[in-house]
Design a protein. Sequence first.
Length: 492
Amino acid sequence: MRLHETTGGSGQAKGVFFVFFPLALSYGLVLWLMRSSLFQLHDKWTQWDQAYSHGYLLVVVCLYYIFKNLPEKLRPLRYGWIYSLLAIVPSLVWLFGYATQIGAIEQIALPVFLACLVLPVVGLRQFTPLIFPFALLFLAIPLWEVLIPILQAFTVSVSTIGVRLLGIPAYINGTSFSLPYGNVLVAGSCAGLSYFLMAIVLSSINSIHRNYSIKQTVLTVLLMTGLAIVGNWFRVYTLILIAYYSKMTSSLVYEHGMYGWWIFAGTFFLYLWLIRNIPERRKASNAAQNPRSYKLLYLNLVLALVCAVAVPVWFMSGKLQSSYQHRPLAVSGFEQVSPAYANARLRVHFRGYDIEEFVRARVDERLWLIGRKTYVDQTQGKELITEINYIAEHYTKRLTHKLASGQALNVDVVEIRGPKLVVSTYLIGSKSIAQNWQGKLTQFKELLAGRSSNALWYATIACDSYQCNDELASLEGLLAPVDQWLSDSALY
């Protein structure tokens, strides 16, 4: 009897090893290929005072529970190759994000990659307990800033009610509380996103650890999340009170990072006390039938791995890259001018370009300046279409014009060393695109066609009035020439 038990334990350990080791190697290979996405996440996760400082901890805990819940014994899946093919989906999603420099899309694909490597090995039925740990990994992806305006609005509303109830004299304008002794600003960092995410993370991990049912998990996560939100309201409200009663002299008014986490710790202990009587469920056995051979499992895993890495490897090997042959900016009737001359008249806020060129000419007695900033190659942080690139900080007017060729142009009235009219568009491969998201989609299509270089194109004139009314009127008669200027400026 003892001999039988020892052999069974050894067989289980051997089975776990045969599953764990190939999966760990596969994870390592996939993450190494996607390391550019991991570097972006590392930058976020190591900002210890920001919303995603829980990233590394969450990944370690989730991977622990994923591998812990792997079946001790596996049954070979005759049709597991169908699950293996699903790895193509995150591969294409990651490629789109990587090729268009949209970091969030790259990062969203990573947890799906990892899940698609496990599914063909364990099968759909055995994969079900692993869905929650895989889903939790998305809380480490920097895409939850969309919640900041909502959380911030609730925080301001609650603080406003509290200030009015106590009769504190304050002028409230948006997110600013003007007190008799100074101003308190409820900034985006005061919205409580970091506490919100940490509450979901901790309560979810607790639910996995205690093997709660779906209903219990939802209720306990909502409870902890609600406590964290209320705790942040209390934090902001008390800081306003401290600012008022201390006449802005308290150190907490200026340094209150740890103050918030002490309040969060209190809400977490309250959460643990409230759920103390929720019974833990007994864990069901995760052992499946003992396979005769692991050969079929390994074949499914290898096929999934090939589907996961084939497209990224193909892309990184340069199959989609083109050798761009630079065409100097030459517009009929225009003369070349230096960047120093052009930037002295209008400097647009675009960074990371490889080549900048300018030409000028008088058209209808007005001096037009045309600029083209070319991005021969793009990487994350060195891209054409991004929120940190813009024509001007403030726009008096924003319009859109359609040319006879069907190409769209952005028409802006800006105040940069006097009022100016700026006509601009993106040269995406062989296309001209005015809108950002449309530009990203076109960039991917052009890249697949071998045209990887892009540029910002713009033309500008100085205005006689603040609204540029005369210049806007004259532009209506110049749409055909502008169409030709754009054609002469094409990259391909």
